[in-house]
Design a protein around this ligand. Structure first.
Ligand code: ATP
Ligand code: MG
Length: 572
């Protein structure tokens, strides 16, 4: 623990210098100058409702909504809901809640790829009628095996040259429930030797009898993501389709579909950027799902999860996440961002907004032997030095106190400016005390520290000028409230948890000490704290009230320590 209440990094002025345009903004501005698309800017955020959003999605959300805001455009929230077996309204609801919480508004532009199922179906028939699609009776495994490799061409399906009439008949039969799941698929007829593997007769439709969360049992065939995504952007009049780099190779296929299907000049312009990767973090939905399903964490909103709901419960603010997204910017090449930067962003924001409070997480009793036992006095404490208008509050001070065990050492090293036998410290907002005696139990553990109190030295008092090197925090042993505090640490101890040696599992990188629960003593004002309120426990870190908290059984989460202890560990 450090003796300065605020780390230096928190005192920096938050006014950022005006930054230069990123490469996407440059493209948008060039398009605006050309008057392309009648100078409209229309973006979308297109999640598949098959999981909870994470901090990587937050980057994409900030980017898409941020562009629309900057260029007076619009952003659609569109659910790419083409796979009913993996989707659920639970995810739709959580995604809407998270986007809203991040501070963005889609102004009624909440849309679904499933809104376009009729149109997509007609487009599929059009491809059939134009001789550009066929029904294939082979299994998915065989089709995938026939795709070939980057260096060898694929194998043409024996069903590739069915007549248009037969294809139309079969496709309609697929639609009408005439085949069991897996019996056949509709494929585009392009080129099995194409250098871009996505052009090797991609699957357009497959059969599924799973009920869809929006269209129910109306359909038993569903378009593949690739056959729905680009056309959905088109139908919505999206001008800039921003997506992550892995879609770069899909782009020519999206263009190919539109070239076959529509005769306007307008096309959404797809722009790819590097996805966000963070140190000590996994971001793949599959892995996050596994952590939840197998109880490595307590749900999607476990405060250790990189999900938006997890970060929210942990005490992150929308402002801190938006500031983080702004700070990391967008790049065209893959990179990994230090998770310390995310922690920095929340620290910086909470420093401005969090009320200060005194709390002792690892208590040892301290008795002021010359202070009257029956006396309770109220000391003035500043609520937030960053916001003087938030005023002060009163903290009860009594003869018996708790201080942090770490703030006392019997045999201190040099430069230990906290409490030790014969030494003096100031109690925050209060008096200077001197350690006179230490009481131990049979095991040699300190049970009580006995001090004298310099009654003339009270903070703000007439003779308070006397200086001592250290100031420590405390709470009254009689007046304090007892609460549960959850000390979260990073979920992974491995800096790059996705990168595991052969024969090892990524879950071996989990940090076994990512959650420590302690009973703590807090100043009485904290007993009125409301869910999701933010506090700085002085000298310790930023905390918020957890959603599990109840009157009489309060629970606080550590959002982030006051200083980046991991950086310190590495640096030492
Ligand atoms: P899936 O494997 O299910 O497709 P996904 O992470 O791509 O997972 P989507 O719901 O398809 O999830 O993502 C919605 C949008 O968020 C997409 O435009 C996607 O490119 C973007 N996105 C996803 N992960 C990241 C990330 N780590 N950084 C930035 N953007 C991301
Ligand atoms: Mg995706």
């Amino acid at each position: 623990m450090n003796d300065t209440p605020l780390p230096a990094e928190n005192s920096t002025n938050s006014a950022e210098p005006a930054r230069s345009l990123n490469f996407i903004e440059e493209i948008v501005e060039a398009n605006l100058r050309e008057g392309k698309n009648d100078s409209r800017v229309h973006t979308r955020f297109p999640p598949e409702p098959n999981g909870y959003l994470h901090i990587g999605h937050a980057k994409s959300i900030c980017l898409n909504f941020g562009l629309a805001k900057r260029y007076d455009g619009k952003t659609n929230l569109r659910f790419d809901d083409t796979n009913p077996t993996k989707e659920d309204v639970e995810y739709v609801d959580s995604i809407k809640e998270d986007v809203r919480w991040l501070g963005f508004n889609w102004e009624g532009h909440e849309l679904y790829a499933s809104d376009y199922f009729d149109q997509l179906y007609l487009w599929a028939e059009k491809l059939i009628l134009d001789g550009k699609a066929y029904v294939d009776d082979q299994s998915a495994e065989i089709i995938s095996r026939q795709r070939g490799t980057v260096t060898t061409p694929g194998v043409e399906s024996p069903f590739r040259n069915r007549s248009i009439d037969e294809n139309l008949l079969l496709f309609r039969k697929m639609r009408d429930g005439g085949f069991p799941e897996g019996a056949c698929v509709l494929r585009a007829k392009i080129d099995m030797a194409h250098t871009n593997m996505f052009f090797r007769d991609p699957i357009l439709y497959r059969i599924s009898y799973t009920s869809h969360h929006r269209t129910g049992t109306k359909w038993c065939i569903y378009p593949m993501y690739d056959f729905a995504h680009g056309q959905s952007d088109y139908l919505e009049g999206i001008t800039h389709s921003i997506c992550t780099l892995e879609f770069e190779v899909h782009r020519p296929l999206y263009d190919w579909f539109l070239d076959q299907l529509v005769d306007t000049e307008y096309r959404p312009r797809q722009i790819e950027f590097a996805r966000l990767n963070l140190t000590y973090t996994v971001m793949s939905k599959r892995k996050l799902f596994e952590l939840v399903k197998n109880n490595y964490v307590n749900g999607w909103d476990d405060p250790r999860m990189p999900t938006i709901c997890g970060l929210r419960r942990r005490g992150y603010t929308p402002e801190s996440i938006r500031a983080f997204a702004d700070r990391i910017g967008v790049a065209r090449r893959d990179n990994v961002i230090d998770v310390g930067l995310l922690e920095f962003s929340v620290r910086e924001d909470l420093n401005k907004r969090a009320r200060r409070a005194l709390a002792v997480l690892n208590p040892v009793k301290l008795v002021l032997i010359n202070y009257p036992g029956e006396k309770t006095e109220y000391l003035n404490a500043v609520n937030n030095p960053e916001k003087p208008e938030e005023g002060t509050r009163q903290i009860p001070f009594t003869r018996e106190l708790f201080i942090e065990r770490e703030d006392f050492m019997e045999n201190p090293p040099k430069k230990f400016f906290r409490l030790f036998p014969g030494g003096e410290v100031r109690l925050k907002y209060g008096y200077i005390i001197r350690c006179e005696e230490v009481v131990k139990d049979m095991a040699g553990e300190i049970t009580e520290i006995r001090c004298t109190c310099d009654m003339e030295s009270k903070t703000g008092g007439a003779t308070s000028n006397r200086k001592v090197k250290g100031t420590i925090h405390w709470v009254s042993a009689v007046e304090a409230g007892e609460v549960e505090v959850r000390l979260f640490d990073r979920l992974f101890k491995a800096i790059d948890p996705d990168n595991v040696a052969e024969g090892h599992d990524w879950k071996e990188g989990l940090n076994p000490d990512s959650l420590k629960v302690v009973r703590a003593y807090v100043e009485p004002s904290l007993l009125d704290a409301q869910p999701m309120e933010h506090y700085q426990f002085e000298r310790i870190g930023y905390f918020n009230v957890d959603s599990d908290s109840q009157p009489g059984a309060m629970v606080f989460n550590r959002t982030v320590a006051l200083k980046d202890t991991w950086a310190k560990m590495v640096g030492e």
